[in-house]
Design a protein around this ligand. Sequence first.
Ligand SMILES: C[S@@+](CC[C@H](N)C(=O)[O-])C[C@H]1O[C@@H](n2cnc3c(N)ncnc32)[C@H](O)[C@@H]1O
Length: 284
Amino acid sequence: MTEKPEIWTIRKVLDWTRGYLAEKGVENARLETEWLLSAALGLDRVGLYVNFDKPLNPEELAACRGLVARRAKREPLQYILGTQEFCGLDFVVTPSVLIPRHDTEVIVEEALRRAPHAAAVLDIGVGSGCIAVALAKQLPHAQVVGVEQSPGAIALAQRNAERHGARVTLFEGSLFEPLGDQRFDLIVSNPPYIPTADLEALQPEVREYEPRAALDGGSDGLDFYRLIVPAAPEYLNPGGWLMVELGIGQAETVLGMFSRTGFCDCFTAQDPNGIDRVVGGRIG
Ligand SMILES: C[S@@+](CC[C@H](N)C(=O)[O-])C[C@H]1O[C@@H](n2cnc3c(N)ncnc32)[C@H](O)[C@@H]1O
């Protein structure tokens, strides 16, 4: 007598994967399982539920296994699925770029609120292009420029700008170096700001997969503010704004840098968790 082959229905794969990913330390294992299996099977999440009792064929099972194995090694879901939503737009993401965070939407909101008529905008450290593209979409008459040192990130930012029909001019280089005598009404930046010693304690998704050059802000995390804040006035038109994203506990020190550099109307803005996430100021 031959044994009956085991039948893996969608329900059974979902249940097994949810437990497996939770065991591997994945938060939100239930939701992530649904996204992974949806991607592997080419279904939306409702499609999974209405096909609960459908047995999977060997190819479908192999596709599920491949994606689940990657997530079990703590590769970020966004790199596996290839996209992340930001400001209502879908961005292609690869390991060349930091995955856009929802907290970063605060700098976009502040920029649009305080500088709605900016005609020339600069984003330093453009990464996936999320801030630059979101601003270009909301300020269609503005010239938006992005600077980035990573060639892989520049290529992806270009792809994301084209995907959304956003006019963003990209320069490869460090900070203000590629800009010559251009001047801006608004400069935004989400620079690397994690203190070097804290990198090892980050979640494996961040520590092992996201680009270190997007995270490491030097010994106290403030290296990039020390470079950007004093240099910015030379690249701002009169009345122009500088706004930077920052990490927990950095606002007071960065505000001090703004005041000492001569910025006025300085402000801090909080993320949805009440953490000071953005500092900004205007040049007189
Ligand atoms: C924290 S990530 C932000 C990416 C994107 N703007 C976002 O908000 O998701 C910082 C970015 O700055 C880039 N970067 C690091 N050093 C740089 C430098 N000296 N000049 C320009 N870009 C730099 C990194 O490659 C990375 O893409």
